[in-house]
Write a protein of this length. Structure first.
Length: 170
C-alpha cells in the first residue's frame, strides 16, 4: 500500500502535462492506495492533450481501470481511451472502470470492454465541467446489479453516448 501523497497516487501507468502521449500494449494490475485517491491502472492526467490510452489491460486495481483527469492547471483535451480492457477494477473504491474528472474537453472513450463486480460502476463522471465528451461502442458486463453510468457533482454539458451495450448477469 502506498500513500504517494495525501491528494493522489499511485497509478500503475500514467502521463501528465504532455502532448501526443501514447500509452499502448501494457498491463497494469493490483495497484493499491491507502488514501482513497487513485490506485488505478492507467491515467491521462492534467495538462495531457492529443494523447491516447489504447490496447491496454487493467485488472484487480483498488481504483479505476482507465481515467481522464484534469487537476485545474492545464488543458486536458483531445484525448482518447480506446480498445482497452478493464477486468474487475474498483476492488476498493467506487471510481468506475472508466473515470472522468474535472474540465476534460473534446475527448472520447470508445471500443472498450469492462467486466465489473456487483455494485461496481462502469463509467463515472465526477465534477465534470468540460464539453464534448463522447462514449461510443463500449461494452460493460456486470456480475449482478451494478451502476453502469454515474454522474456526480457535474453541471449539464453536451455529451454523447451511443452504441454501447450494458449487460448484467443476475
Amino acid at each position: 500500500m502506498c500513500d504517494a501523497t495525501e491528494s493522489g497516487g499511485p497509478v500503475g501507468i500514467w502521463a501528465y502535462n504532455c502532448d501526443e502521449g501514447i500509452i499502448e500494449y501494457n498491463i497494469s494490475h493490483h495497484n493499491h492506495s491507502n488514501n482513497h485517491a487513485d490506485g488505478g491502472g492507467f491515467d491521462l492526467d492534467g495538462g495531457s492533450i492529443n494523447s491516447v490510452l489504447r490496447y491496454n489491460l487493467s485488472y484487480h486495481n483498488d481504483g479505476y481501470g482507465f481515467q481522464l483527469w484534469d487537476f485545474f492547471w492545464g488543458e486536458t483535451t483531445f484525448n482518447r481511451i480506446c480498445k482497452n480492457i478493464s477486468w474487475y477494477d474498483c476492488q476498493k473504491y467506487d471510481f468506475g472502470a472508466f473515470s472522468v474528472f474535472g474540465k476534460v474537453m473534446s475527448s472520447s472513450i470508445y471500443s472498450n470492454f469492462a467486466r465489473i463486480k456487483e455494485s461496481a460502476i462502469g463509467i463515472k463522471l465526477q465534477q465534470w465541467t468540460g464539453v464534448e465528451l463522447i462514449f461510443v461502442d463500449n461494452i460493460y458486463l456486470a456480475d449482478g446489479i451494478a451502476q453502469h453510468f454515474v454522474i456526480t457533482d457535474t453541471t449539464a454539458r453536451p455529451m454523447v453516448m451511443r452504441e454501447s451495450f450494458i449487460v448484467s448477469k443476475v
